[in-house]
Every structure is written in structure tokens, then in C-alpha cells.
Design a protein around this ligand. Structure first.
Ligand code: ATP
Length: 600
């Protein structure tokens, strides 16, 4: 196992270096200039596609507007170098600034939009920018801007096709490494979770709206860099390559290559560029020049890929590699800081007259109960009794209508899930919410999102530059410790999706433990588990209770609840109908009435 990891980790580090060497060697071989130019375009498109892999493939945010950001990068440098005679490097900085700021502004509006509205808004954005480029007098209208100078560095001028080819590919490889580093970090793991809904990452403390804006800006800036290189390769810009058609082509590249894989960006950019070039020559010869047949072929290819290979081609190549490189826990690292824990018996959670109304429906009707440290409390009741709603009031998923929820003496009513998580309340979900393709270790590490020292992490930029290794080691070691604590220590590197349901539920508990909680909220933890799995879960929760953890669980499995809990709260039609020890609840007339419809 260890050897396999060393090999695949080495492979993932070596691959970009091998690619770089190949790229640098090519101009010295007698490759025809035509191929050098074509490969330069593959590099330019790869840079844009890498941003899209992160945005669309990994985070699930479809954007048709990337070509417009390429346009901003290209037009900015074209304008400042030709109008003001400034250096292309100033053009790059100005381009990055304008792309970044416009992406932050557009992102702040569009990233709150969900479903089909997001892709639609990116289409609108792509179209409007295209027409803006084409209609502004200062940008040369549809003729564009010509006479753009070459980039020069330390006296060397990138004026030849070969030198630009090398520069483009060095940038493309740096972009690849940056995106890979980013996705393999604390913030990157949160990005990888976005596609599977926002409730789980928010419960781990992730500000999902801000994170989406950050990756939108990151992808836009990569597109802007590509535009900068394009302008200085072509020495001229016009609106055509920044229109919607190119926005669609970028998406096609990512879908064909493998939307969820960084190497898929390069593969897709290569294949679509070569195919496009081939079709441009071949189709008019066969079908005549009367129609835009290339677009039709690409359209058909897109439909076929989405239908039959929606993961793209990269997974087929990756299957030939021995194991997937992933984050690995170190053998040793300093421990993460943790909060003071309450003394056994201290009231941790105090719910007082909590009320939740959905319009006229009172889902939770002035319910009160409390949970102490070192105690397991069960919240039970027939379907529709209001258990999940109560749970959601405590975890901040739903705003409370009236009443109070105090955690360790301080009100948490009205706080967001993020803020509640930061106080020390961790939760699991009724329907398991894991990132299936991510390893067990990385899934658990999501729980430690709020625990790392963010100043040391430095956020996204530190991840990109790999300045986050010490913090990463601490987080991954903590994840490993918690997984060992719950008995999943020998499954660290398996994809979470390959685990049995029982193990997935236990993994959710390990992830919750990584939050360093004093209160654990478990939503139907025994649902769908086999007898043996339930026993293992019971044993684990007993162990946690003995360590002083407070546990509140919503559960339908009466045997499980009766054997495990210290105290039970029973709800029916939103109201608390009984409360007491398992023995008291089992003979409580109101409970028997609620469950059995009355006893004689
Ligand atoms: N978002 C919502 N909007 C409107 N009504 C809701 C909403 N969520 C829950 N309800 C209603 O509130 C009541 C309590 O639902 P809740 O899901 O809390 O019950 P439960 O005890 O958890 O049930 P189950 O055991 O089936 O999960 C139900 O009548 C439900 O239809």
C-alpha cells in the first residue's frame, strides 16, 4: 500500500516536470512551425480550461462566459501597450486587476443564483461583453486593435512563434500546478464539496457564497492570463475569439477531456483544437463551404459525451495509473489547537420554548429540553412530529420563529450554521453527505475546516503556492486520529463512496469529531444500518459519552434509542408530549398513545 502511494505521489509530481521537459525540447526538434502554432493554441486554451475544470467540473458551476474574461485580459494589454506605450507586464497586471475585480462583482451577483439561472447569466455576460468590445470606438470596434508589441523579459524578446510557444506552455504548466495545489488544500476540499450541496460545507464552517466568488475570480484570472498571452502572440485582437461560441468551445474541451480532472483540461484542449483544425480542412472539402458544419460536429460530440461518457476521457487514461494520488496523513505533526471542554454534567444545550412556524403550520410548538455534557439524549416521535425541524433550529439550518436556544450559556438562536459550527456544535446528516470521490481521510479533514490557523494558511493564495503544508499536515493528522478513534483507521485512502452505508455514517461522525465539538448532533445515525453496524455505532457513542461528549440524536430505531440514551424527549405534532429516562418513556401513556394509537 505504502509503495503504491509513494509511486502515485511521485507520478503526480513528476508528470508536470516531464510535460515541461517535452515542451522545452520540442522547438529544438525539427517540428514544423504549423505544429508549434497549433500547440501554442492548445496551451492558451488549456489555461482557460483549467479554470473551468475547477469551476464547472469540480464545483459544479457552469459558465459560458470564460471567453469574455479572455477578452478582458487581451483587450486590456492591447490597449495599455498600444495607447500608452506601457510594458506588456503592466498590461498583465492591469488585465488581472480588471478581470479579477469584474469577476468579483459579477460573481457577487451570479454566484447567489442557483440552477439554470447561473449558466444563463454567464451567457448574458459573455454576449454583452462581446458586443461591448465590438462597439467601443476606443477598442477599434469590430476591427479591434493591432500593432501589439512582443513581451520581453530581461532583454529577451518573445517575438518568435517558438519563444511564445515556450512561454505559453510554461504558464500553462504553472496554472496546472496551481490548480492542483489549490484543490488539494483545506479550501480546495471545500470547493470539491460544493457540487454536492451547500448544507454540509456550511455546517463545517465554509462560507460557500464567498468560496464560489473566489473560484469564479480565480478561473476568470486564468482566462485573463490566457488572453494576455494571446494578444502578444497574435499582435492583434478583435472581438471574435471572445464571443459566446468560444465560451461554448471551452466548455466542450472540459467535458471531452474530463470536467472533474485537471489533466482533463489539457487533454480536452488538445483534442478539440486538433479536431477543430482537422474539421476545418476536411469538412469543406467533403460537404462544401455552405454551412457551419464544424459547429454541428462539435454539438453532436457534446451530446454524445454527455450521454455516454459524461466524466470525459481522462478517467479512462487515469485507470491505467496505479492508484489515484491524494492527500496523505503525515506520521507526525503538531496537534491542532482545541477548545476547553465542559465538565461532565454541565448543561451544554438549553432549548427554551423553541417555536417554528411554516406559514400556518406549527412544526415545533414551544418545545423545551436540555442536554448535558457526558449525556446522550434521544429526540423521538412519529413521522412529521417535528424532530428534524427542531434539529435544524439547533444547527442554524432554519431560523427560529420564537424562543431561545443557548449553547454553554450563550444564545445561538439566529446564528448561521457556520457560526454555530465555530462555537463547537458538530452534526451528521440523515442522508449521508460525503464527497464520494474524495478519500475517507480528506472527507474527515473537512470537519477541521475551522480549526486551522487561517493566518498561517493564508487562504487560497497560500494553497496555490503550497505555503500551507504545515497546516495541512496538522489537519490531515487530526483527521487520521479521529478516523482511528472511530475504527476507520485502515480505510484512510479509500474513496468515501466505496464504503458501506454503516461505515459512511461512522465517517460522518469522524468528520464531526474533527470539528472539536462539545456537542454532537446526529440525525438518524442508525437508519439503514445492519445489526452489527448498529452495535458498533452504539459502542462508539458510549465511548464518546464516557469521554464527556454531549450527544443529541434524532432516531426512529427504538431498540437503539432505548439501549443507548440517558434521556429521551418525545414529540408529536410539533409538541413535546413526554420526557424522561428510557424506562419511564417505555411506559408513558402519552407515548404509547402516540406510537400505538392507545392502549387498553
Ligand atoms: N421547509 C418546510 N416547509 C413547510 N413545512 C415543513 C418544512 N419542513 C418540515 N415541514 C413540516 O413540518 C412538520 C414537521 O416535519 P419534520 O420533518 O420536522 O418531522 P420529523 O419528526 O423529523 O419527521 P420524520 O421522522 O418523518 O423525518 C411536518 O408536517 C412537515 O411537513
Amino acid at each position: 500500500m505504502k509503495n503504491k502511494f509513494v509511486f502515485s505521489a511521485a507520478l503526480s509530481t513528476i508528470a508536470p516536470v516531464v510535460l515541461l521537459l517535452l515542451v522545452l525540447a520540442l522547438p529544438f526538434l525539427s517540428v514544423p512551425p504549423f505544429w508549434i502554432t497549433l500547440l501554442s493554441y492548445v496551451g492558451l486554451y488549456s489555461i482557460v480550461a483549467l479554470g473551468l475544470v475547477m469551476l464547472t467540473g469540480v464545483a459544479g458551476l457552469t459558465s459560458f462566459g470564460q471567453a469574455a474574461f479572455v477578452g478582458i485580459g487581451a483587450y486590456t494589454t492591447a490597449y495599455v501597450t498600444t495607447q500608452f506605450g506601457l510594458s506588456p507586464w503592466i498590461g498583465l497586471l492591469a488585465g488581472l486587476l480588471i478581470t479579477g475585480v469584474s469577476a468579483l462583482l459579477i460573481g457577487a451577483v451570479t454566484m447567489r443564483i442557483s440552477g439554470h439561472f447561473l449558466p444563463l447569466s454567464t451567457i448574458a455576460w459573455g454576449l454583452s461583453l462581446y458586443f461591448l468590445f465590438g462597439n467601443l470606438e476606443s477598442l477599434g470596434k469590430y476591427d479591434g486593435i493591432g500593432g501589439i508589441p512582443s513581451i520581453s523579459l530581461f532583454g529577451f524578446e518573445f517575438s518568435s512563434g517558438k519563444s511564445m510557444y515556450v512561454l505559453i506552455w510554461v504558464v500553462a504548466i504553472l496554472a496546472l500546478v496551481s490548480v492542483k495545489n489549490f484543490l488539494n488544500s483545506r479550501t480546495g476540499r471545500a470547493v470539491r464539496a460544493l457540487k454536492f450541496g451547500y448544507v454540509m460545507p456550511e455546517a463545517m464552517g465554509v462560507n460557500t457564497v464567498w468560496l464560489k466568488i473566489v473560484i469564479f475570480a480565480y478561473a476568470a484570472m486564468l482566462a485573463g492570463v490566457s488572453g494576455w498571452l494571446y494578444a502578444h502572440l497574435q499582435h492583434a485582437v478583435n472581438p471574435t475569439p471572445f464571443g459566446l461560441k468560444y465560451g461554448i468551445d471551452y466548455l466542450l474541451m472540459v467535458v471531452v477531456g474530463g470536467a472533474g480532472y485537471v489533466w482533463g483540461a489539457l487533454l480536452g484542449a488538445g483534442l478539440i483544437t486538433l479536431l477543430g483544425n482537422f474539421l476545418q480542412e476536411w469538412l469543406p472539402a467533403v460537404l462544401g463551404t455552405g454551412g457551419n458544419f464544424e459547429a454541428i460536429v462539435f454539438g453532436i460530440a457534446l451530446v454524445l459525451f454527455l450521454q455516454y461518457a459524461n466524466e470525459g476521457l481522462w478517467p479512462f487514461i487515469q485507470a491505467r495509473f496505479p492508484g489515484r494520488p491524494s492527500a496523505r496523513a503525515p506520521d507526525d505533526a503538531p496537534a491542532l489547537a482545541h477548545k476547553d471542554k465542559p465538565a461532565a454534567g454541565e448543561v451544554i444545550l438549553d432549548v427554551k420554548d423553541a417555536r417554528k412556524q411554516f406559514g400556518g403550520l406549527v412544526a415545533v410548538n414551544d418545545v423545551s429540553f436540555s442536554v448535558k455534557a457526558g449525556e446522550v439524549v434521544g429526540l423521538i416521535g412519529p413521522n412529521g412530529a417535528g424532530k428534524s425541524t427542531t434539529f435544524n433550529l439547533v444547527t442554524g439550518v432554519l431560523p427560529i420563529t420564537s424562543g431561545a436556544v443557548d449553547y454553554r450559556g450563550r444564545s445561538i438562536a439566529g446564528l448561521s450554521s457556520r457560526q454555530i459550527a465555530s462555537r463547537g456544535i458538530a452534526r451528521t446528516f440523515q442522508h449521508v453527505r460525503l464527497v464520494p470521490g474524495m478519500s475517507v481521510l480528506e472527507n474527515a479533514a473537512m470537519g477541521a475546516y475551522l480549526r486551522s490557523d487561517r493566518a498561517a494558511q493564508g487562504g487560497a493564495l497560500a494553497s496555490i503556492l503550497r505555503l500551507n503544508r504545515k497546516e495541512e499536515d496538522k489537519i490531515l493528522l487530526e483527521a487520521k486520529r479521529q478516523l482511528e478513534r472511530v475504527g476507520l483507521g485502515d480505510m484512510l485512502y479509500r474513496p468515501a463512496g466505496s464504503l458501506a452505508l454503516g461505515q459512511q455514517r461512522i465517517l460522518e461522525i469522524a468528520r464531526a469529531l474533527c470539528c472539536d465539538p462539545a456537542l454532537l448532533l446526529l440525525d438518524e445515525p442508525a437508519a439503514g444500518l445492519r445489526y452489527k453496524e448498529k452495535q458498533a455505532l452504539s459502542e462508539l457513542l458510549r465511548k464518546l459519552r464516557a469521554e464527556g461528549m454531549a450527544v443529541l440524536l434524532v432516531e426512529h430505531d427504538m431498540d437503539f434509542v432505548m439501549q443507548l440514551t440517558d434521556h429521551i424527549v418525545v414529540m408529536e405534532f410539533g409538541t413535546k408530549i413526554a420526557e424522561g429516562t428510557p424506562a419511564q418513556i417505555q411506559v408513558h401513556p402519552a407515548v404509547l398513545e402516540a406510537y400505538l394509537g392507545g392502549v387498553e
